[in-house]
Design a protein around this ligand. Structure first.
Ligand SMILES: Cc1cc2nc3c(=O)[nH]c(=O)nc-3n(C[C@H](O)[C@H](O)[C@H](O)COP(=O)(O)O)c2cc1C
Length: 400
């Protein structure tokens, strides 16, 4: 386990909660050093962190007694955690700006960099902030999803710092690679499919792909070799995961069937179209004043086909995205398609449905009573699903 962790505290109202996070990390066995932005010191004093860690807190770039503190700490760190991460610091680091001790150290660090944003919901939703978070993730940084709940402004919204225990679990998942799926090959499908009417128009659905991408990352974090077959999404590729990009349900079926034999675990999280266009027009369909009738045919049921052809040692997981009678549909799917596990979610609920960053699911298996997983970020849900799969395969790691 890596031991050295630099916690960078930046100037948000949640800065006072960083003290609890630091205490939790020390209790978890990390050797912690703290640095703070100038603005952060207005919310909470360095003395708090000096007392908790037993080490001086770095608050300026180039202090007289330790002019290269930023480089030394960047080298010393096995990981850097920014908590809370302001919109300002997220954006500066995404752009490579290094104008104080925190951003300069983050710029110099080659260790994993983890950001835990906390801010007003409108700041978090700001397109520039979202763009910079996407950019940070594409550069390999890990950014935790903020929690939804009461904000400092006195109303509920997305932007709260998650509870210290949730932060510590997330950090552990990110920094201490699990081995629950070591040696296993996991094939995950994600995102929507497109069923073309003509070369430029298609039928699709609002799946963002986030659940499948989170599952791919969670399986990778448990030591698996992962292939992600993805329909069109706006998400950056998952580092360390082989991405196979497809568009139509037929392409997705072909990509999955071609890789089925190598896979030990197949997780079908994609929202595959059930119906495709019978004869897509080779050229753009022109309007001509008459009604247009589309003939749709049922597409190949990828997960059912995979389950029919599976070897006894393969484990097949389906998703049941339903808007009514979720549990009944999930149980029916488990039986009729002969799946090893069905993860059911109610996509009719706006907070956890298609396109949202959170989910709440129930895990059904033929042997066990259903396991309800409470609403949480898709990363947390994915880690729980992967744990459940590992448990079923009898390969649970000691830690989890
Ligand atoms: C009372 C108060 C509360 C603030 N809370 C937050 C916050 O929760 N998140 C955030 O991103 N910015 C917050 N800000 C704005 C930041 O302090 C401001 O963007 C600052 O430049 C951040 O500096 P730093 O990123 O160098 O620490 C707050 C400002 C004030 C005055």
């Amino acid at each position: 386990m890596s031991k050295h962790i630099v916690v960078a505290v930046t100037g948000g109202i949640a800065a006072y909660k960083a003290a609890t996070v630091v205490r939790t990390l020390i209790k978890d066995g990390w050797d912690v050093r703290v640095m703070m932005t100038n603005q952060a010191t207005k919310f909470v004093t360095p003395l708090t962190f000096t007392t908790l860690t037993g080490h001086a807190v770095v608050t300026t770039l180039g202090p007289a007694n330790q002019p290269l503190a930023h480089v030394e700490l960047a080298r010393w760190a096995d990981a850097m955690v920014v908590v809370p991460a302001t919109a300002n610091v997220l954006s500066k680091v995404a752009l490579g700006i290094a104008d104080d001790v925190v951003t300069t150290t983050l710029c110099a660090a080659v260790c994993p960099r983890l950001f835990i944003p906390a801010m007003n919901d409108q700041m978090y939703a700001n397109p520039a902030v979202q763009r910079n978070i996407t950019r940070l993730r594409a550069d390999g940084a890990r950014v935790m999803e903020p929690a939804t709940g009461m904000l400092a402004e006195g109303y509920a919204g997305k932007g709260r710092l998650p509870a210290p225990a949730e932060i510590s679990t997330w950090l552990y998942q990110q920094l201490v690679p699990g081995t629950a799926l070591a040696g296993k090959h996991v094939l995950v499908t994600a995102g929507p499919t497109r069923e073309y009417l003509d070369p430029i128009r298609y039928i699709t659905n609002p799946s963002s792909g986030r659940m499948g991408y989170a599952l791919a990352a969670a399986a990778r974090n448990q030591g698996a070799e992962v292939t992600l077959v993805s329909g069109p999404t706006a998400l950056p590729p998952v580092p360390g995961v082989t991405l196979v990009a497809v568009q139509t349900s037929a392409e997705m079926a072909q990509a999955v069937f071609a890789r089925q034999t190598q896979a030990d675990i197949i997780i079908a999280a994609a929202a595959v179209a059930d119906y495709g266009v019978e004869h897509p027009a080779p050229q753009k369909i022109k309007k001509n004043g008459a009604e247009l009738t589309l003939h749709l045919h049922q597409t190949k049921d990828i997960i059912a086909t995979v389950a029919q052809n599976k070897r006894p040692d393969q484990y097949v997981v389906g998703f049941a995205a339903e808007t009514t009678a979720v549990a009944e549909h999930a149980r029916a799917k488990l039986q009729s398609k002969q799946l090893d596990m069905v993860v059911a979610n109610d996509v009719g609920k706006q907070a956890i449905g298609f396109g949202s960053r959170e989910n709440a699911v129930t895990i059904f298996t033929p042997e066990e009573t259903p396991q309800a997983v409470a609403q949480a970020s898709k990363q947390t849900i994915a880690a729980t699903i992967i744990q459940a799969i590992a448990r079923h395969l009898g390969q649970v790691s000691d830690h989890q």
